[in-house]
Design a protein around this ligand. Structure first.
Ligand code: CP
Ligand code: NVA
Length: 314
C-alpha cells in the first residue's frame, strides 16, 4: 500500500498544498461530495500526544469523527512508550491496528523514526522543528481573507521557532513574501532557511531576516506572532522574556506602523501581555478565531488528501 507522511510541508509541491486548501474550502462550505465526507468510514486513527494541546487534538478528533472515522487518543506516558518501548516497535504495532498516526512530539527525529517504521501515514501534529498542520490552516485563512496568496506579505515577529520554520516553508512554496524580525540567537533553523531559499527560486517569494519589528511590518498584509516560550523551553522562560520584551511585542504601536488594513494572526495559545497585547488580539484586525476554526476544516483536508493518496492504485 502507498503511504504519504506529512512531517513537513517541504515534502509537498505547491499544487499538493493547494489541494489541501481546495479540500478545506469544500469542507468548510459544505461542498464535499458524500464519498469525501465519509472518507474515513471504517477507519481508525491514533492521536498520540507527548505534549499538551487544545486546538490540534480537538480539531483532529472532531475532524476524524465528522469524516466517519474513529479517533483513538493515546497519551505518550499512558502508552508503553512512557515505559521505554521503542518508537520503532510502537510504529510497527500501531500499523497493524489503525490507518494513520497523528503525533505531537518533542523531538522531530522521533517523528522521522516513527514514519520510517510505520507502514501507515504519520502526520506531524507539532514537533520542536515544524508545525505543518498549523500553516495549512494559516494559508487557508489568508486565502479566505484576501482571495489570493501569491504576493501577500507576512511579517513574523518574535521567536524563530517551529511555527516560524513552517511559515518559512509554506510561504516560500506558495509565493508569499515573509519578513522575520527576531533577536540575535533566536533565528529560525538553518534547515528551514535553506528550504525557503530553494523554494523561493521557483515561487519568487522574497524572504527577509531582520532585527527591527517596525521594518518588518512595513507593507505587510499580515502580522504574525507566536509565544516566546514554546513547549520544552520553559526552563529558559526568564531569559527569553528579558530578550524579547518589550521590543518584539505585537502591540498597537507596532500595528500602527503597518498598513491600516493589515491583519493580525497567531497560532494560539496566546500569552497575553507577552508576545501580544489584549488590544491587538481582541481588536478589529485580529483574525485569530477564524484561524483557529480553520484548523478543523484543514485537518479534514489533510486527512482526506492523505487517505485518498493511499487508496489510489500505485
Ligand atoms: N495552535 C496549536 O497547535 O494549538 P494547540 O497547542 O492547542 O494544539
Ligand atoms: N511554538 C509553540 C506553538 C504552540 C502551538 C510551541 O511549540 O509551544
Amino acid at each position: 500500500m502507498r503511504k504519504r507522511d506529512l512531517l513537513t510541508l517541504q515534502d509537498y509541491t505547491p499544487d499538493e498544498i493547494n489541494g489541501f486548501l481546495m479540500a478545506a474550502d469544500r469542507f468548510k462550505r459544505g461542498n464535499a461530495d458524500p464519498d469525501e465526507m465519509n472518507i474515513l468510514s471504517g477507519k481508525s486513527i491514533v492521536l498520540l500526544f507527548q505534549k499538551p494541546s487544545t486546538r490540534t487534538r480537538v480539531s483532529f478528533e472532531a475532524a476524524i469523527y465528522q469524516l466517519g472515522g474513529h479517533p483513538i487518543i493515546l497519551g505518550w506516558r499512558e502508552s508503553q512508550l512512557g515505559r521505554g518501548e521503542t518508537i520503532a516497535d510502537t510504529a510497527r504495532v500501531l500499523s497493524r491496528y489503525v490507518d494513520a498516526i497523528v503525533a505531537r512530539v518533542y523531538r522531530h527525529s522521533d517523528l522521522v523514526e516513527m514514519a520510517r517504521y510505520a507502514n501507515i501515514p504519520v502526520i506531524n501534529a507539532l514537533s520542536d522543528m515544524y508545525h505543518p498542520c498549523q500553516i495549512v490552516a494559516d494559508l487557508y485563512t489568508m486565502l479566505e481573507k484576501f482571495g489570493y496568496l501569491r504576493g501577500l506579505k507576512v511579517a513574523y515577529i518574535g521567536d524563530g521557532n517551529n511555527v516560524c520554520n513552517s511559515l518559512l516553508i509554506g510561504c516560500s512554496k506558495m509565493g508569499l513574501d515573509l519578513s522575520i524580525a527576531c533577536p540575535e540567537g533566536y533565528e529560525p533553523s538553518t534547515e528551514a532557511l535553506r528550504f525557503a531559499e530553494k523554494n523561493s527560486m521557483h515561487s519568487g517569494s522574497k524572504i527577509e531576516m531582520l532585527r527591527d519589528p517596525f521594518s518588518a511590518v512595513k507593507d505587510a498584509n499580515v502580522i504574525y506572532t507566536d509565544t516566546f516560550v514554546s513547549m520544552g523551553d520553559e526552563a529558559e522562560r526568564e531569559e527569553r522574556l528579558r530578550v524579547f520584551l518589550p521590543k518584539y511585542q505585537v502591540n498597537n504601536r507596532l500595528l500602527d506602523a503597518a498598513p491600516s488594513d493589515a491583519l493580525f494572526m497567531h497560532c494560539l495559545p496566546a500569552h497575553r501581555g507577552e508576545e501580544v497585547t489584549d488590544e491587538v488580539i481582541d481588536g478589529p484586525r485580529s483574525i485569530v478565531w477564524d484561524e483557529a476554526e480553520n484548523r478543523l476544516h484543514t485537518e479534514k483536508a489533510i486527512l482526506a488528501e492523505i487517505i485518498k493518496y493511499q487508496m489510489e492504485p500505485s
